[in-house]
Design a protein around this ligand. Sequence first.
Ligand SMILES: [Zn+2]
Ligand SMILES: [Zn+2]
Length: 141
Amino acid sequence: MKDHGLSQGEHAVKMKPYLEKCARREIKRKARRERIEEVQRQRTDLRQSSYKIALKRINPTDGHVELYYISYKEYLLTDVWDKLRKKILQRDGHRCVICNSNHHLHVHHRTYENCGAEDDNDLVTLCSSCHKTFHRIGILK
Ligand SMILES: [Zn+2]
Ligand SMILES: [Zn+2]
């Protein structure tokens, strides 16, 4: 090995912060990848099952609140979703949060965990192009 003027020990000490930084970055990257994969799994799962989302309604006969189950596709056609969608669009100023476009906006689920009873933080406005990119390659540019 060529002599760089540093002993092996000194070299290791010098490299340590750099290697630690790489390791931290790798951990972050892995966590992010796992989070994205989890969302993709939830999405596939939702799309394949026909009755997964629980919504509340009032039973007209006894006036009690009851749960009923619908598919994700049906859910996207409900008033509940429509209202929520509009609220998120308004919050994000009718702009894609990634590229700022105001054309062909979609409201994207960051997680499908609370589908039917979403938290505002579960949803974000994306244009169709950024949305497609996300679901195709799993990352937002
Ligand atoms: Zn989406
Ligand atoms: Zn966009």
